[in-house]
Design a protein around this ligand. Structure first.
Ligand code: C5P
Length: 407
């Protein structure tokens, strides 16, 4: 479907907050109107200092809402109806201040009240000075909002109106239009609705003693992105995650664990499921007989750690039997001979698909945002170009949906 077909007839409530990027919101309204979107705008008091309500009104061809206490607006529309009579609420620009007020659940002006009252999905396009964006307070507010299901586009990195450089520029109007179209395209298509999925992600921590553990460098980015992508296609996702720095992906039930044995138990508790994707970097070994006291340097030289094998979660979930998910997908991170090792791994583990990638030093895969993967199925190998981990996740989720649709 073209953007126009997806967007035509949709109703967007555009909340414009007070930042210099508000000028781009005028362009955004134009591009949405061209595609047949009905746009209704709410301006904060600060926004009205950057763009005039008259411009916004002329472009939306609708009343502009600014005042909580306007008798006419409240009697004609009311802030509750205003928020509910939209298919999507878009906040652009989303300033640090408005994000903070949203995170805190404040209702101190019309924009914040509408955002608190709405049960409509919300997309924010943050725009602010780079230091404000990277400040711990904004990071925490944004992470909290994303956990609650708020979608985000941008900010982009680049030169800013305040003469600084870095992340903080509002996404370009057409990027926001594309994100809005992607939202509506996703809404229309839920090919995994009614399917249950288990996704493992992140590293495991295997204790040596009460303060030390064995771990690995997995960031969890790929696994978390897969959980979000499956949920976006309608699956009911349980994400079983080792310790990571990442926010919970929207729309997923998250089970946090530390050890491989806890990960296996959480996966088994999430059965039955139609789909299992094991993207976690599970420690192969744990310390046999971990100490319940901190090991001391007592002059006797370094302690010998005896290791014992951890359960293989992927192999366990792949075992034939009544509770085996219909589609089990494993990962193979290799550092050479990727296809040969990964193909052998598929057979050894008994899973249906393997997503293989090269994690040699220099590829930047571990902890990075990009991934170059090969999808290995019974039918053969599909090598995908290098792309962002979110894009890999979206493509994998589409392949999973295609599998169940019999494509
Ligand atoms: O054997 P290897 O660790 O290379 O296999 C990687 C795949 O197996 C990944 O999908 C990983 O999530 C899964 N795995 C697992 N439990 C383990 C070890 C690996 O689920 N104990």
């Amino acid at each position: 479907m073209t953007d126009h077909a997806i967007l035509s007839g949709k109703r967007v409530l555009l909340v414009i907050a007070g930042g210099i990027a508000a000028y781009k919101s005028l362009e955004l309204i134009r591009r949405l109107r061209e595609r047949g979107v009905a746009v209704r705008a709410v301006l904060t008091a600060a926004a009205a200092r950057f763009v005039t309500p008259l411009s916004v009104q002329a472009l939306t061809e609708d009343t502009v809402y600014q005042d909580m206490w306007s008798l006419t607006d409240e009697s004609e529309m009311g802030h509750i109806r205003l928020s509910r009579e939209a298919d999507l609420v878009v906040v652009a620009p989303a300033t640090a201040n408005l994000l903070a007020r949203m995170a805190a659940g404040m209702a101190d002006d019309l924009a914040a009240t509408v955002l608190l009252a709405t049960d409509t999905p919300v997309l924010v396009a943050p725009a602010m000075n780079v230091r404000m964006w990277t400040h711990a307070a904004t990071r925490a507010n944004m992470a909290l909002l994303e956990r609650r299901g708020v979608r985000r586009i941008g900010p982009n990195e680049g030169a800013m109106a305040c003469n600084e450089f870095g992340p903080g520029r509002m996404a370009e109007p057409m990027e926001i239009v594309d994100a809005i179209a992607a939202f509506f395209a996703g809404e229309a298509r839920k090919p995994l609705a009614g399917r249950r999925a288990i996704v493992t992600s992140g590293p495991t921590h295997e204790p040596i003693d009460p303060v030390r553990y064995i771990a690995n460098r997995s960031s969890g980015k790929q696994g978390h992105a897969i959980a979000a992508a499956l949920a976006a296609l309608g699956a009911e996702v349980t994400l079983v995650s080792g310790p990571t720095q990442l926010p919970d992906p929207p729309g997923c039930t998250v089970r946090r664990i530390e050890t491989a044995r806890e990960m296996l138990a959480a996966c088994e508790a999430a059965l039955p499921a139609d789909i299992a994707v094991c993207a976690a970097a599970v420690a192969d070994w744990r310390v046999a007989g971990e100490s319940d006291r901190k090991l001391k340097k007592d002059g006797g030289g370094p302690p010998a750690l005896e290791l014992t094998e951890n359960p293989d979660i992927l192999a366990t979930l792949s075992r034939p039997g009544g509770r085996r998910p219909a589609l089990v997908v494993g990962f193979a991170a290799e550092t050479g001979d990727v296809l040969a090792y990964a193909t052998a791994k598929r057979a050894r583990k008994g899973c249906d698909w393997i997503v293989a990638n090269d994690v040699s030093p220099g590829t930047g895969t571990f902890g990075g945002n990009d991934n170059t993967v090969h999808l290995i199925r019974a039918s053969g190998v599909d090598s995908w170009p290098t792309m962002g981990k979110d894009a890999v996740a979206a493509r994998l989720a589409e392949a999973v949906a295609g599998h169940f649709e019999g494509k």
